[in-house]
Write a protein that binds this ligand. Structure first.
Ligand code: AMP
Ligand code: MG
Length: 401
């Protein structure tokens, strides 16, 4: 058995960055940036008015009310491109360029047009600079604004658009094949017969892998038969970057994943992790295809996918952050650790009225209890050999995606 942290390191070492591809900005959401994003203009691109009102020279307003001649108008998209002189004002709108010669904007509420709109009376003085955002105050042309390896989220789209990234370079999505194994399994649209259950793992893994940025193909269910497994693994490996199986890795007499992998000549990087749930997790390679052989229990699948397979998928896309987001929480109820394994126990994370993050361990019936797991938002990390962790203690938690 190897420690969880070592298993994650092995996964990250074996997962290689895939090629870079270009996608249209409209398709870039959720992808991993593969280039630094550079500002191709100053922001703002010109001195910009922050208010509707009048562009003025602050020095002209030493005594108020002050009477200034209206010499023009600057609107967003249609500026006034002459020099504004002493004693003059230019009517200006929010977002419009401030004319040369002006050094402040007085808001319209503190002004009054007079003499048939030929003049404006400014009722209060302003200091120079008021209500103007200077050119390049936010960003200078040539500055790096986002970096390769960051996840493109909705908040970044305006930045990409504003600097003209109609196409964005991103890491290619890993092609993932998902294959549930077990002779008891039937597909979701079937009524399970005697001794059968519906497959859920293929759908769980598809969901998490999609969240991790992969493009996923579900393979037919494979029975507990070494020959059948070998055939399907070989085929799936030929057309995918990563194959994720579930089931058949424990010590039972019908657990044929490891024999099948070995007969295919797979390199096995690890096959037992000091983890609860998820001890029999296998990580291997056939040709260039990485293979994760996850245990069959649905809760083990969720934990082991997110600890191991997700890290590989993220690394392959070039993501800087490959680990789950981790936080420190206060235990809402006592949990029991394991003598020889690190535990990752499903929990509901919430914040109390004082802003403290609470981790409430699920009352669950074990790693098969996927109904209880349906409410989980995180995993509580209990180091091995710790015995009981009492309520109120601090624990490390990781967020489930
Ligand atoms: P195994 O690791 O193959 O021994 O499976 C452990 C447990 O998980 C057994 O109770 C299986 O019936 C269950 N199981 C295995 N594969 C799946 C699956 N695809 N969907 C739901 N449950 C599964
Ligand atoms: Mg099985």
């Amino acid at each position: 058995m190897i420690p969880v942290s070592e298993a994650i390191q092995i996964v990250l070492r074996r997962a290689r960055k895939l090629e870079v591809e270009s996608v249209a900005l409209g398709d870039a959401m959720g992808r991993v940036l593969a280039e630094d994003i550079i500002a191709d203009s100053d922001l703002p691109p010109f001195d910009r008015a922050q208010m509707d009102g009048y562009a003025v020279r602050a020095a002209d307003l030493a005594k108020t009310p002050a009477r200034l001649r209206i010499v023009g108008e600057s609107a967003a998209g249609a500026g006034w491109h002459q020099e504004m002189k002493t004693g003059e004002a230019v009517r200006i709108m929010t977002g419009a360029p401030v004319p040369a010669g002006a050094d402040a904007v007085q808001q319209v509420e503190l002004t009054r047009e007079i003499d048939g709109a030929e003049f404006v009376e400014i009722l209060e003085s302003v200091e120079a600079g008021r209500s103007i955002v200077k050119q390049a105050a936010e960003i200078k042309s040539g500055e790096t604004v986002l970096r390769a390896g960051e996840d493109i989220n909705a908040a970044m789209i305006a930045t990409l658009a504003s600097f003209g990234y109609a196409q964005v370079k991103v890491g290619r999505r890993p092609r993932v094949a998902v294959m549930a194994t077990g002779s008891e399994l039937v597909d979701v649209d079937q009524k399970p017969g005697l001794d059968q259950i519906r497959d859920s793992n293929n759908y769980t893994i598809t969901a998490y892998a999609t969240l991790a940025g992969a493009s996923v193909e579900r393979w037919p269910l494979a029975g507990d038969d070494t020959g059948e497994l070998k055939k399907q693994i070989k085929q799936a490996a030929e057309t995918s970057d990563v194959l994720i199986t579930s089931g058949g890795v424990s010590m039972g007499v019908y657990d044929f994943m490891k024999p099948a992998l070995k007969e295919l000549g797979a390199e096995i990087f690890f096959e037992r992790v000091a983890l609860r749930p998820g001890k029999p997790t296998v990580f291997a390679r056939v040709g260039e295809t990485l293979i994760f052989g996850l245990p069959g229990n649905p809760v083990s699948v969720a934990a082991t996918f997110n600890l191991f397979a997700r890290a590989a998928l993220r690394k392959m896309q070039g993501a800087k952050q490959t680990d789950l987001i981790e936080e420190t929480a206060v235990l809402a109820r006592a949990v029991k650790g394991s003598a020889d394994r690190e535990s990752y126990l499903p929990a509901i994370l919430s914040t109390d009225e004082r802003g403290t993050l609470l981790a409430e361990p699920l009352k669950w019936g074990g790693s098969s209890d996927f109904v209880a797991f349906a409410r989980a938002t995180g995993l509580i990390d209990v180091p091995r050999g710790l015995g009981v962790l009492e309520a109120g203690g601090r624990v490390r938690v990781v967020r489930l995606p």
